[in-house]
Design a protein around this ligand. Structure first.
Ligand code: XLS
Ligand code: NI
Ligand code: NI
Length: 443
């Protein structure tokens, strides 16, 4: 838990600390499942989840869409001076996070404070807010889960940042990453994220894909070497996403990034930050992405949200699908947890959710879904025959010729002879519906 801290002004008046009240509670300002200190599968809920509030969606996003002007007019955005305005925003952020009783936040450089086109002025602004954040963190116990740099909004990045065909633009990306790394390190940030928003292409006709990907890898090495030299011990995360804003992004999905990290010798320092809506845009389930990462030892962190099954873009809604999240928590538990990361709500309230309370409802719902899913997933793994059914499907490889095959002792002729001697295999059910029912039974 963190102490509630407000600035000179209270931004979320009338809403106090959100506490655990249990599933029977009808208080919309309470957790029904998330009980931070409750122990599940050997760890407290807080240790499992490490929930983080995303600065950009919660305190910067304004509800504007391609068809309409902002609908969220933030009271912390009033002051004329950029640094003073940013301090108000930080007051609001820490008030919100501490009222929810959470212990982490995440930001892009430009979320913390507005940037100009002057690198020195940007560094001055960010430094001022880093000093302010240090005080807020010390007073509240809230920590930085990860920092990152926004290398996709400014017009100079329209053709990418580290994959831009113009070296001058790449260098500007480097300047921003340096300052964001310095800020992350100064604040004791536990991880640093690279989401390649425009690292990809709109048209292959004007793109040298091989050269761009080599630049991307070189850029990551350069940033990583700098951070390590400054004493950064945390993990770097790559966040896959297949498309949007570019037509094709190089970090398409977990499997693609795994191949990239392997090819460019980045596996020692980088893991994956997986986002639900990015998985579905790539044509996968979130569970698939988690399993790919877990099997490669790269399951670092999560950006929690959900997409809309009727829409083909990143709607970043708050999670509320209990089946999806329960199956995800089963994979995370079986993998031994997230490596270094946590669960960051990369999700935004809808354009027409305009009450200050809506931001609370959204986070409370998302937090409770994960907490309930954690309990359910642990029950399924501990108390059902789920694991046994899956293990038994592969029993033919546990001994005899199947085992010899796994050990590389059989030739193609051996396979042929085994098949010829043993006739037609029996049909063996995959029991999918049984397992689907089992999940629902425990929910
Ligand atoms: C956008 C991404 C972004 C990253 C951080 O789709 O999810 O928010 O998480 O740059
Ligand atoms: Ni994200
Ligand atoms: Ni996203």
């Amino acid at each position: 838990m963190s102490n509630i801290i407000t600035g000179e002004k209270e931004f979320f008046k009338g809403i106090g600390a959100i506490g655990y009240e249990g599933p029977e509670s009808d208080n919309p300002f309470a957790f029904r499942w998330y009980d931070a200190n409750k122990v599940v599968a050997g760890k407290t809920m807080q240790e499992h989840m490490r929930f983080a509030v995303a600065y950009w969606h919660s305190f910067v996003g304004n509800g504007g869409d391609p068809f309409g002007e902002p609908t969220h007019v933030h009271p912390w955005d009033a002051k004329a001076d950029a640094v003073e305005r940013a301090k108000d925003k930080m007051d609001a952020a820490f008030e919100f996070i501490t009222k929810l009783g959470l212990t982490y936040y995440c930001f892009h450089d430009v979320d913390v404070v507005d940037y100009t086109n002057d690198i020195k002025e940007n560094e001055r602004r960010l430094n001022a807010l880093v000093e302010y954040a240090k005080e807020k963190q010390a007073a509240s116990g809230v920590k930085l889960l990860w920092g990152t740099a926004n290398l996709f909004s400014h017009r100079r990045y329209m053709n990418g940042a580290s994959t831009n065909p113009d070296f001058h633009v790449l260098a500007h990306g480097g300047a921003q990453v340096k300052a964001a790394l310095d800020a992350t390190i100064a604040l004791g940030g536990e991880n640093y994220v690279f989401w390649g928003g425009r690292e990809g292409y709109m048209s292959l006709l004007n793109t040298n894909m091989k050269r761009e990907q080599e630049h991307f890898a070189k850029f990551l090495h350069t940033a990583k070497d700098y951070a390590r030299k400054q004493g950064f011990k945390g993990t770097f995360f790559i966040e896959p996403k297949p498309c949007e804003p570019t037509k094709h992004q190089y970090d398409y999905d977990a499997a693609t990034v795994l191949g990239f990290l392997q090819k460019y010798d980045l596996l020692n320092d980088f893991k994956l930050n997986l986002e639900v809506n990015h998985a579905t845009l790539a044509g996968h389930t979130f569970q698939h992405e988690l399993q790919v990462a877990a099997d490669a030892g790269l399951l670092g962190s999560i950006d929690a949200n959900r997409g809309d099954t009727q829409n083909g873009w990143d709607t970043d809604q708050f999670p509320n699908d209990i089946n999806e999240i329960t199956e995800s928590m089963m994979i995370i538990l079986e993998a031994g947890g997230l490596q270094g990361g946590g669960i960051n709500f990369d999700a935004k309230i809808r354009r027409n959710s305009t009450d200050p309370a809506d931001l609370f409802y959204a986070h409370i719902g998302g937090i409770d879904i994960f907490a309930r899913a954690l309990i359910t997933a642990d029950n399924i793994l501990q108390k059902s025959d789920y694991k046994k059914i899956r293990t038994d499907r592969y029993a033919s490889f546990d001994g005899g010729k199947g085992k010899e095959f796994e050990e590389g002792k059989l030739s193609l002729e051996d396979l042929r002879n085994y098949a010829a001697e043993n006739g037609e295999p029996a049909t063996i059910s995959g029991k999918q519906e049984y397992l689907e029912n089992l999940i629902n039974r425990f929910i």
